[in-house]
Unconditional design. Sequence first.
Length: 183
Amino acid sequence: MKRPGIKPAIWTSLAVASTNDVLVVILPLVGTEYGISPVVIGAILSIRSGAAMISRFFLGKSTARFGSARVMNYSILISAILLFASVYATSALALGAAMAVIGFLLGMGQPLTMSIVSKKTPIEERAMAISIRLFGNRFGQFLVPLGAGALAAPFGSGAVFAGLAALIASAGVVAITKLDKDN
């Protein structure tokens, strides 16, 4: 944990994993509030997941050209902006387009945090570092949905997008300020 870059990578991984999980839960509620049919919400969720898988095909070339930290930082910060903008996406088309791009961008975050954790730890500590990263993910997957529910109850499901945007933006800021460019 004391090695440079490990904590920011773990925080970023926690934020990305938790955001992906909360989106799966919150989108049906958003659909209900905005009058979007469950079938369309299912299609939006599928598009988001498919975009995350497709992003992995571009990951190798992107990181070779720009570096892991830069690709991760930009993908996270742009996804934070789009998550915040999703508060205003009240149509199926706008929500679907936002979720497709968000899925693509967040799809890059998870493998990049693992890569950064692996690069920043010696081989004899690597398994422990990756285990701590995974623990962080699970911890976030426990706490972030509680926070999402606390936001949705008084302010509606759209407010969860703003909360997730703040979470992802915090991870992006931490990663930009703490991860160097040679990753």
